[in-house]
Design a protein around this ligand. Sequence first.
Ligand code: GTR
Length: 378
Amino acid sequence: MTPVTIDKVCASCPIVCGRDKCRGEEDHETRQSAFKTDKPVLRMSGTALSMTRRQSLLAMGATAGLAACGERSGRDLLSADSHPDGYPTVEAVREMGRLLDERSGGRLRIKMYAGGQLGSERDTLEITTFGGLDLNRVNLAPLNSIEPLTTVPALPFLFSSTAHMRMALDGPVGDRILDSLAPHDLIGLCFYDSGERSFYNTRKPILTPDDMLGLKIRVPNSDLYVAMIKALGADATPMSLGEVYQALVQGVIDGAENNWPSFESGRHFEAAPYYSLTRHIIAPEVLVMSASRWRKLPDADKALVKQAARDSVPYMRQLWDARVEQSRATIMASGVEVNEVADLGAFQEQMRPVWDRFVKTDAQKELVSEIENMRPGS
Ligand code: GTR
């Protein structure tokens, strides 16, 4: 391992965390266990230190944040996305940056690090809570282990359609989930679409839950996703999105599940020629901001940031709808066998125990019933 020299540490403890004020070791440990991090992030005994890849990513983000500490109020908002340039989430945050720039007379701008340049969503999320990154567009999955309310929209078959998801999350229900992130040092700014997730694999069409038996399926890092795959009798393999293509090609996994644009954008369809439309999850993406950067903004700028994020949502939805069609066309033309699943109820029934396991608190139960009551036709 190559030793890396780091010259910026928190003033109050021997850790690189990107926060310019922290309560020390205890604070770091709480955060790390919330994220189920295996080891302390970075312990400094001198100026040089050996680091794993993950640790160096954290340090990179932290250093990026710290580098500009002295001029924080005027510097760009650094934003991360695991998707590449051109993907609707990336372009929506760029649009938010354009609005902010225009409305703040050039004082507030966004600098985008797309394509997973700063690491997986779990890594960048951790960096964001430490204040090393200002903005981060992630899926709800990596937030599931820190905030139980974020598991609700990810429950299988909760939303009956994208329209249902949009309607529910555009209102107070969505606000409650965004607000639930504040105690975790994240400010939830807005939700973006993420379409419907369905299974793809290298072996065969999935027509019934029995077809899943024994398949190795990649999932995002979330216990809820793991439980969902196990409920179908398949083996769940959590890994980051960037590793999926290689894992499919090498046969480390048999399949994964995602929406049309992610199946297409990562070229997964070239390795997994069966896409079965189970549409089991219609959870949104979320744009979060580091609470430490947020607290430094004057109230008027906070309002600008919030409004620009909200105003980027309709733009994102337009891009998203177009991208779904474009990705679908690319995948169909490539010869992937796409099948409808006649009996979605069978999948729904088999995944139902996941609800019982993950919906525990009264706040979660209330959210679930409010969302169910908004189901069109209910
Ligand atoms: C995509 C989502 C990403 C990431 C990915 C995954 O649909 O946009 O943020 O969560 O799925 O499966 O890891």
